[in-house]
Ligand binder design. Structure first.
Ligand SMILES: [Zn+2]
Ligand SMILES: [Zn+2]
Length: 153
C-alpha cells in the first residue's frame, strides 16, 4: 500500500464512519514498533505502522478508526484521550479498535482445503500435506493461504 492509498483509505473511512472529512496527512512511520498508529496533537497528522498493512483489512480499518477518534475529538475540543468518556463513546459508535493490536502477538493461521470434499482446515502450525489427510473423508489436503490475526482483541 502506498502513502497515497493510505491517505485515501483514511479519508474514506472518515467520511463513511464519522461523516466528516479528514483534512490532514496520513503517513507510514517505520519507527513505530509495536504501536499500530499515532495521532499527533501538534499538527494533526496520523502515523501508521507499515506492518499493520499485513493484518486483515478490517483490523487495519479498526486501527484507522481508533486514530480518527483521537483526531476528530481533539479538533472539536472534546475528550480525545483514551480515558475520556467522549473517546470511549465515539470508539464504540464507529467500531474502532480499543487498542491497536500488538504486532508481536500476531498469530498466523494456515488454511488448507480438502481436494475431495472441499472442507477447509485452519491450523496455527503448518501441516505436512504429504502425511496428513482430511479428517472427514481422508482426501488429500492442499495448502490454500496464510493469514495474520492479532492476538489481542
Ligand atoms: Zn489511541
Ligand atoms: Zn475431505
Amino acid at each position: 500500500m502506498s502513502e497515497e492509498e493510505l491517505q485515501r483509505l483514511v479519508e474514506q473511512t472518515s467520511w463513511n464512519f464519522f461523516g466528516k472529512p479528514f483534512k490532514h496527512q496520513a503517513r507510514f512511520n517505520n519507527r513505530l514498533r509495536t504501536t499500530g498508529g499515532r495521532y499527533h496533537v501538534g499538527d494533526h497528522h496520523l502515523d501508521f505502522n507499515p506492518k499493520m498493512v499485513t493484518l486483515n483489512h478490517e483490523t487495519f480499518v479498526g486501527i484507522i478508526k481508533h486514530e480518527l477518534c483521537h483526531y476528530h475529538l481533539h479538533i472539536e475540543n472534546k475528550g480525545y484521550r483514551h480515558k475520556d468518556a467522549d473517546f470511549k463513546e465515539l470508539l464504540t459508535k464507529t467500531g474502532g479498535l480499543r487498542y491497536a493490536p500488538d504486532i508481536q502477538t500476531n498469530r498466523r493461521f494456515h488454511v488448507y482445503k480438502c481436494q475431495s470434499c472441499q472442507l477447509s482446515i485452519t491450523r496455527q502450525k503448518r501441516i505436512n500435506t504429504q502425511r496428513f489427510v482430511c479428517g472427514r473423508c481422508g482426501g488429500k489436503l492442499l495448502y490454500e493461504r496464510t493469514y495474520t490475526e492479532n492476538g489481542f482483541q
